[in-house]
Ligand binder design. Structure first.
Ligand SMILES: CSC[C@H]1O[C@H](OP(=O)(O)O)[C@H](O)[C@@H]1O
Ligand SMILES: Nc1ncnc2[nH]cnc12
Length: 290
């Protein structure tokens, strides 16, 4: 299958990339079922990339319904080594205002109903997740944003993304609790993706687009989908500029990432004795270690 070293997952409000050229739509099948939608292969300034609309191009999938494993495995099948997640988030800090961009470096997982591993069925692995975001990729992403000097947009490097289950937004008590933990932003999608990307040895970083102040802020009405999408649409052009510049920099200078060898010390099972069916299913992830 066509080799795209860089993948992009577009979240709420980012259902396509206008700058993509030589576009080809591919229906990818994986051992974990079908991804959220067709993957869009194309080139950005000559670099091949794979784009996927996380909730489907018509936004038909709830965060809890997302086929996270199929989405990440499909990226792996296409040859992706660097994955950029563009995501709408609520802000939990006054200084991260709507339309700002955050490149988080930590997560707090509050999901309850997600499958976040490829392993099981006779093969056990425990990846390190102390640094859940690839810091080399985050650096390239942050530098790309900074270089663009986007008007009225502040870049926040680092910060903690709370991943909640949803689909209802938080209560004020929850929002204030997350603030008391020092968290910066909140969304519903990135933790399962980041865990699976790490298991798939794909470097993963998040471009978080602030769309609202969640519900804690005394001067802002509580969050609505209208507010999120309105601000995201205002920001979609910026998001695409950032992605294009990040792809340009990654092409010029692909960074070394610990994520690319994440399974090296993570697999506990003696693979020689592991069930053949599971080895087949996880083929792409395990091939280096068999
Ligand atoms: C439309 S508001 C809630 C929705 O937006 C975020 O999506 P994504 O991370 O895919 O940009 C959030 O996580 C929720 O899924
Ligand atoms: N306030 C919020 N909570 C959870 N997910 C979001 N996505 C965008 N805004 C959000």
């Amino acid at each position: 299958m066509a080799n795209a070293r860089i993948g992009i997952i577009g979240g709420s409000g980012l259902y396509k990339m206008d700058a993509l050229k030589d576009v080809e739509e591919v229906q990818v099948q994986t051992p974990f079922g079908s991804p959220s939608d067709a993957l869009i292969l194309g080139t950005l300034d000559g670099t091949k990339v794979a784009f996927l609309a996380r909730h489907g191009r018509n936004h038909t999938l709830l965060p809890s319904e997302l086929p996270f494993r199929a989405n990440i495995y499909a990226m792996k099948q296409l040859g992706v080594e660097y994955l950029i997640s563009a995501s709408a988030v609520g802000s939990l800090k006054e200084e991260a205002k709507p339309l700002d961009l955050v490149v988080p470096d930590q997560f707090i997982d509050r999901t309850k109903n997600r499958v976040s591993t490829f392993f099981g069925d006779g093969i056990v692995a425990h990846i390190a997740f102390g640094e859940p975001i690839c810091q080399s990729l985050a650096l390239v992403l942050g530098d790309a944003i900074a270089s663009l000097n986007l008007p009225d947009v502040t870049l926040h490097r680092g910060g903690t993304y709370v991943c909640m289950e949803g689909p209802a937004f938080s209560t004020k008590a929850e929002s204030n609790l997350y603030r008391s933990w020092g968290a910066t932003i909140i969304g519903m999608t990135n933790v399962p993706e980041a865990k699976l990307a790490r298991e798939a040895e794909i470097a993963y970083a998040t471009l978080a687009l602030v769309t609202d102040y969640d519900c804690w802020h005394p001067d802002h009405d509580s969050v609505t989908v209208e507010m999120v999408i309105g601000n995201l649409q205002r920001n979609a052009v910026n998001a695409q500029k950032v992605i294009q510049e990040t792809v340009r920099r990654l092409t010029e200078n692909p960074p070394v990432s610990d994520a690319h060898s994440a399974l090296k010390y993570a697999i506990l099972t003696n693979l020689a004795k592991a069930p053949a069916e599971t080895k087949d299913k996880l083929g792409l992830l395990l091939q280096k270690y068999l």
